[in-house]
Design a protein around this ligand. Structure first.
Ligand SMILES: Nc1nc2c(ncn2[C@@H]2O[C@H](COP(=O)(O)OP(=O)(O)OP(=O)(O)O)[C@@H](O)[C@H]2O)c(=O)[nH]1
Length: 397
């Protein structure tokens, strides 16, 4: 689906109103930008000597291991692991998770996405550290993150105790694994109660870890439920930690927001609706929800109308006089783009497909509709920059 650009401007925009599409902090010339990113990846190839001043545990410098990063879903039985994986990655409606059967064997899912990754769903009854049959190196060797799911509506003491044992075992051999604790099923709990539970679980884990002398384990807590967007928000945070040079993506979006007076911009993985980057203004659930629902609307329309095949005759007509130009040169872009004004807040919201996996979605400020030609131009520049960014990072993976 593609739309004709509907806004044209006769006045050239001011210099500081137009973004440079090049994806780097060094803007002096393109090759320098590309080189610095490329050099960075070459330096981080396995076997490459560590570079001075580049701390391997600096999250901004973190490079996921070669191969597909892996997300492991672990936790007690019935805590909600398979439900999470089905809702986020397979679009299962949350109410249908009631009928999911207990997982008997490790379920391995490969996700074709902007970054190919795997999700492994572990059966709740298995303790891999107790069971000598498991090859720990095969499980944790190439891991991106370990997601530990705790059922907040149940007695969680045993789950916390098992998590503590797991963290302590991992700290010995794999100290850099990100451990993401999903305090799950918080729907139906009051805000105060949710925070109380989070505080209690955090203290129990931190106390146990510091008793064993490991204060700095990379453990992060998220309050989640499959019945609202919190589970997508949590996954977004988990995935973002696996993206090399996330800061570069964020600064591209921050520049776009500043130049075009956008309120919030998200770069979404369209299939999972995880956002992989956003600008530096504080993220709020409401704007994320609107943007994520907008993707659904566009996908639905695209599914109904499909790819638009024009007849040879129709194409000739469109390419003939008075335009006398190829159709590709007449349309704004060949991928999906859309913009509409939200009725209540009178704010425009826009979507621009970046490639088959990613879309840029932004909410604008109330009066920014007048500047649409400028916004379109800058969005084009950012899309170009994002494409270049992913070309470089993918080539080096
Ligand atoms: N209220 C609520 N229920 C949930 C949520 N997530 C999952 N559930 C329910 O929890 C139950 C167990 O979910 P599963 O996904 O099968 O749990 P599991 O951790 O995969 O269980 P095992 O396969 O036995 O290890 C199901 O009835 C789900 O509907 C949630 O966010 N809120």
């Amino acid at each position: 689906m593609s739309l004709q650009p509907s806004y044209y401007s006769n006045e050239p925009p001011a210099k500081d109103e137009v973004l440079d599409p090049r994806p780097d902090l060094t803007r002096s010339n393109t090759s320098a930008a590309q080189l610095s990113l490329q050099r960075y990846f070459e330096q981080n190839l396995p076997g490459a000597p560590p570079k001075d001043g580049m701390k391997p545990d600096d999250p901004a410098m973190a490079v996921p291991p070669k191969g597909k990063p892996r997300l492991l879903l672990m936790g007690q039985r019935r805590s909600g692991k398979s439900s999470i994986s089905s809702v986020v990655f397979h679009k299962l409606p949350p109410s249908e998770t009631l009928f999911l059967e207990s997982t008997a064997r490790i379920q391995k899912d490969s996700m074709a996405s902007f970054m190919d990754f795997q999700v492994w769903d572990f059966p709740g009854q298995i303790d891999i550290f107790e069971n000598p049959g498991f090859d720990l190196e095969a499980i944790f060797g190439e891991i991106g993150a370990l997601i530990w799911v705790i059922d907040a509506q149940d007695d969680y003491l045993e789950a916390v105790a098992r998590l503590n044992t797991t963290i302590l075992s991992l700290q010995r051999s794999y100290p850099n694994i990100n451990i993401e604790v999903f305090i799950h099923k918080v729907d139906g709990l009051s805000d105060d109660f949710k925070l109380d539970i989070q505080r209690d679980i955090t203290i129990r884990i931190q106390d146990e870890l510091s008793d064993h002398g490991c204060e700095n384990a990379p453990v992060t807590f998220h309050l989640t439920s499959i019945y609202n967007h919190s589970i997508f928000e949590a996954f977004s945070k988990v995935i973002q930690k696996l993206i090399p040079r996330l800061g570069t993506l964020e600064s591209m979006l921050t520049n776009l927001c500043r130049t075009c007076r956008l309120e919030k911009a998200y770069l979404f993985d369209v299939l999972s609706k995880i956002y992989i980057a956003t600008d530096s203004s504080p993220a709020d659930m409401a704007s994320y929800e609107i943007c994520s629902d907008y993707i659904d609307v566009i996908i639905d329309i695209t599914e109904v109308y499909g790819t638009w095949h024009r007849s040879e005759e129709g194409r000739k007509k469109l390419e003939g006089g008075p335009w006398d130009a190829k159709l590709e040169d007449q349309v704004g872009c060949s991928t999906a783009e859309s913009c509409l004004v939200l009725h209540d807040s009178k704010k425009p919201i826009m979507l621009r497909e970046v490639d088959r996996y990613l879309a840029l979605v932004a909410i604008m400020k109330e009066d920014s509709y007048d500047k649409m030609p400028l916004v379109n131009m800058n969005v084009e520049a950012v899309v170009e920059g994002l494409t270049e960014f992913f070309n470089i990072t993918k080539r080096n993976r």
